[in-house]
Every structure is written in structure tokens, then in C-alpha cells.
Design a protein around this ligand. Structure first.
Ligand SMILES: Cc1ncc(COP(=O)(O)O)c(C=O)c1O
Length: 418
């Protein structure tokens, strides 16, 4: 970036989302389900990313690559900042966090004053988890398939403050998503203070009916915390619909924002009484920005989230979801027929979206992942828990159907030898 370029030029540059914007106009009236299989469209989206030339990445759920425009905005901001950090970063760049806040709020139907920008879902959720005053014996209700770090967080409060964590079990694949509401309902006791629920379970891709679960919590005066790490910018929703108390997400997963970005939503009437993880002055008690008082950090990451938001918006939430399901269903339907295979989640649109986990009786997940990587240059991740195991497969908007087929052929070949 030339030294004197203004910050507007690179933060809102015409090139940033050009590919998606042009396409958006050309395909304005095509329905999501129809567009899901239109390879001319998705080829262009694919060209917005630079991919590893050798390895086929089917672990986009762990953390996702950013489109080139997002990466460039991030790099340019770092370069710009580095020339005079104390001025350029704090004075020129940091205020743009407000544009990101407004855009996130606008796109997901929330008041910007309820949105904090964090560094990842772990930070967002730990702000939610640690900031609530709880008494010894107070209960927190979650499942045994929630994210280990978030479980660890509650367990630390168990050891330190003698609260009680209750983790309910459920069998996979879930037969009826409505049963998941009953799962929580039946475990509520007079001491339940918090319901902690994943919108999408990281182990299997199972979507939870969070609107109903949050409504259940509200009706009983229980605080709801939604782990949206795997759902945000993947499953279409609006905050105004789900009406949770807290929602934490990573933006470096399904939004493809720079690595090191997250979002925290806090319901307006909760902010004043909810403690921050890193202390903020009393004058900020009612201000959502108290959760951003984290000391010196790069502005480049959260600022370049704007380009990721524009890219996501140009594709459209429903279209992206339909395409991601289309790719997932392509491999899941085919590999589900391999002898001894079982897809651990239902494939309907209210059950799973971009990713799923598949179990094979004859293949140990870690060995299968190693064989795929070493012999076929395909990267997927194993999921191994006491009650389920398999490989988790997560494509992205840049993945082609040919690549999905290549993956299926590789698994079939390995399974024949197993
Ligand atoms: C369900 C769930 N919650 C929280 C997290 C933590 O996300 P991060 O590592 O971005 O903080 C993850 C990460 O994979 C996750 O899958």
C-alpha cells in the first residue's frame, strides 16, 4: 500500500469484494437451492480464494482461510499500522471497529450496542461464562457434546466456587431435533441458573433448536448462553429471532474473517450487571465496549472483518447455506452407503448444514485421516469421544463437487482394503 493512501481507500477499496458483487448482480434472482448446483457461479467464488496447491482442505470447520480480498485488507492494515503504530493503529485504524460492529448488527438483526468484537469464540463465551454471579450449588446445564474448552471453563468454576455442572447425554444420530428441547427441559431443576447450548455441535454438525431452548430458559428465568462458534455465518439466523442472553462465535470459522476474530452478543438488559473478563472502569458498566478492554492488540484483524462481511453478504446467507449443504449431502449420501458406515447426523436442513461426521465400523478415525493425508493429500479431522467416533468433513464455498468426489473415491478405496 502506498504510504499516503487514506484508510478509506484500503478499508473500503473497490476490489475488496468485486467478484462476489458482480456475481450478485448477475444472479440476483436465482433461488438458493437452484444456485447451490450452479458451477459457473461457484467457480467464480472459488477464484476469490488462494488454496494450497497440493492438499485438499476438508477441514474448514477448525478454522477457515480468508478470501484474498480479506487477507490483503488485513496485510495492508498491518503494513500501514507498522509505520507509526501508536498513531496509525490507535488513531487511524482502531475507530473502524465501529463500522464492523454496525455491519455485524445490521446483518444479524441486533442493536450494535449489544455486539462486542473479541478475538475468538473462546474469549466471547468465557466472558459470558465467568461474568455471571453464581452461588455454591447453582447449576449449569449443558451436554456432553459441547466444546471441551467451554466445559473446562465451567469445571473451573465448579472447583473454585462449588457450582454444579450437569452435562446431559444424547444418542447420535438424533432421531428428532424436537427431542433436544425435551433433553434440556427434563434436566432443569429449581437450582438451574444457566443453560449453555451449542447452535451446531462441533462433533457431528448437529443443529440444535436454539430458539426453542432459549425460549424455555427465558420462561423459567434461566440465563441462556449460545455457543455459535460453528453456526455463525453458516446457519442463517437473526439475533432478534433467537432471543438469547449471550451468544459467542468465532469469525475465523464460517465467516472467513481474519484469524483472531470473534463476536459476543449480550442482551441489552444483561450488560450492566455482567462482569467483564478484563476489568473496565465503572463508567463503562452499561457499555458493550467494556468487553473489548483487552489492552494492545492489532486493529487489522477486526477491521478486515468488514471485507469478510461484505463477501458473505454478496453471496447471501441462504445461498451459502444451501451450497454448503449441497456439498455435504453429496459426500454424505455416497459414503453413507459404504458397508459399516454411518453418518452421525441427519441430512435435513434443520439437522445439519456444512459439515457432518461419518463413522466407519472398519476404520479407526485417526488412521483413516492419516491414510487420506499421506496417500491422497486430503485433509480431514478425526473426532474421537467415548460415545462416538468418526471423521469430520467440512467443505467450504470454494470446494468443488469434483473435489468432493475425489474424497469419496479415496475413502471407498481405503475401505475396500480395510
Ligand atoms: C463449538 C465450539 N465452541 C467454541 C470453540 C472455540 O473457538 P475458538 O478456538 O475460535 O475460540 C470451538 C472451536 O472449534 C467450537 O467448535
Amino acid at each position: 500500500m502506498p504510504t499516503e493512501v487514506s484508510r478509506r481507500d484500503f478499508l473500503f477499496g473497490a476490489e475488496a469484494v468485486a467478484i462476489a458483487a458482480v456475481l450478485n448482480r448477475a444472479y440476483a434472482n436465482v433461488l438458493p437451492e437452484k444456485l447451490a448446483g450452479d458451477e459457473d457461479y461457484w467457480k467464480q467464488i472459488r477464484s476469490a480464494y488462494v488454496r494450497d496447491p497440493k492438499i485438499l482442505n476438508l477441514n474448514n470447520g477448525g478454522v477457515a482461510p480468508a478470501p484474498t480480498a480479506v487477507l490483503e485488507a488485513q496485510i495492508e492494515a498491518i503494513r500501514y499500522s507498522n509505520q507509526l503504530p501508536a498513531y496509525r493503529m490507535w488513531h487511524d485504524l482502531e475507530p473502524n471497529i465501529e463500522d464492523v460492529r454496525k455491519k455485524l448488527a445490521h446483518m444479524w438483526g441486533a442493536d450494535p450496542e449489544c455486539i462486542a468484537i473479541t478475538r475468538n469464540a473462546s474469549e466471547s463465551l468465557q466472558i459470558a461464562q465467568f461474568g455471571i454471579d453464581l452461588q455454591p450449588g447453582d447449576e449449569v446445564l449443558t451436554t456432553s457434546q459441547d466444546y471441551p474448552r467451554m466445559i473446562t471453563t465451567w469445571q473451573q468454576r465448579e472447583r473454585r466456587e462449588k457450582i454444579v455442572l450437569k452435562q446431559v447425554d444424547f444418542a447420535v444420530p438424533v432421531k428428532n431435533p424436537a427431542d433436544l428441547v425435551a433433553l434440556y427441559e427434563q434436566a432443569i431443576t429449581p437450582r438451574t441458573r444457566v443453560i449453555h447450548v451449542s447452535q451446531v455441535i462441533f462433533m457431528t454438525g448437529q443443529m440444535f433448536p436454539i430458539k426453542e431452548i432459549c425460549a424455555l430458559a427465558r420462561a423459567k428465568g434461566i440465563v441462556s448462553i449460545v455457543d455459535g462458534a460453528h453456526a455463525f455465518a453458516h446457519v442463517p439466523f437473526q439475533f432478534s429471532d433467537i432471543d438469547c442472553d449471550f451468544y459467542g462465535a468465532s469469525l475465523h470459522k464460517w465467516l472467513s474473517a481474519p484469524i483472531g476474530t470473534g463476536l459476543l452478543y449480550v442482551r441489552k438488559d444483561r450488560i450492566e450487571k455482567h462482569w467483564a473478563l478484563m476489568a473496565a472502569p465503572e463508567s463503562m458498566d452499561k457499555n458493550i465496549r467494556k468487553y473489548e478492554e483487552i489492552g494492545t492488540h492489532p486493529a487489522a484483524m477486526h477491521n478486515a472483518t468488514l471485507q469478510a462481511l461484505e463477501f458473505h453478504e454478496q453471496i447471501g446467507a441462504e445461498r451459502k447455506f444451501a451450497r454448503l449443504r449441497y456439498l455435504k449431502n453429496r459426500w454424505a449420501e455416497r459414503l453413507g452407503k459404504v458397508p459399516g458406515a454411518q453418518v452421525l447426523v441427519g441430512l435435513d436442513a434443520n439437522e445439519s448444514g456444512a459439515f457432518a461426521t461419518i463413522h466407519f465400523d472398519t476404520m479407526e478415525p485417526r488412521k483413516l485421516c492419516d491414510a487420506l493425508l499421506n496417500n491422497y493429500n486430503i485433509f480431514v479431522t478425526p473426532i474421537v469421544a467415548p460415545f462416538l467416533n468418526g471423521i469430520r468433513v467440512s467443505a467450504n464455498v470454494y470446494t468443488s463437487p469434483e473435489e468432493i468426489d475425489q474424497f469419496c473415491t479415496a475413502v471407498e478405496a481405503i475401505s475396500t482394503r480395510a
